[in-house]
Design a protein around this ligand. Sequence first.
Ligand SMILES: [Fe+2]
Length: 282
Amino acid sequence: MDSSPILDLAAITLEVNHLERAVHFYAGRLGLPLQHRDDQRGVATLQVGPQKLRLWQPITRQQNAPRLAPLLARGASHLHYAFQVPMEQLPRCREQLDRLGLEWSEVEMSAEGEPADPALYFFDPFGHGLELRGVRPDDQRQPLLRPAEPGLAGLPIVGLREAALAFGDYAAMKERLPRAYGFAFLKEQPDRNFAQFTLAPQPQPDGQGTPQRWLYAWDPQVGLADMLGGDHALVSFYADVDRVEERVRAAGLPCLRDAQGLAVRDPEGHVFEFLAAPSHPA
Ligand SMILES: [Fe+2]
């Protein structure tokens, strides 16, 4: 396939049933800087290194983001996603999760004979499945947005790594994501319906500390560490927006284009937002 027009992961939006508690968990306990909060709209935005995590509490007869209302955008339910942390800080992460009183589990991700590449999994209070994965921020394999320096407070999070979405019709998803948006297919698992797309112009292998980023697309299943893929997710990507729009219009998907970018409603109810790359990537 031609190079993918999708360049990086920009933001993830979670549905939460209590904004105050969600801000307390993510800002107060995990230590993510709070950038914006609007209780009237039921939304908050936190910084995750060079990217963003948005928390949306649904409110009757109201839209969290009026701009995306025509596409019926919602925050994701039970979304599995991963944060990047510097590889050498994983021991500190284990201690901090214990100190926070969060139950966590660890899965070794490397193949036999490779150096250790552990992932730490835990849940937020809203059923979203979180993961901390070690990266080497100065690795040669760089995403568009370089991981940030870890903050002094909370977990040493330097960026977002992946989001995992559920698709009821796995076969249709596998055909549609590359065709209708241009996602770069990397690989599938041999034993379950699990496809991996690199959020970069070319598919890139994961693991071993690479700071690059991925979209995972599963059928409805319980994955590693009891994690579920998200339903009705809203995920934002940096992209060559014109090239994505051409594909989306050819596919006939409902979309809107404005000064902020392109937003598309996927037939499975996910909404994807495509934004121009920042002129000075972090
Ligand atoms: Fe994961």
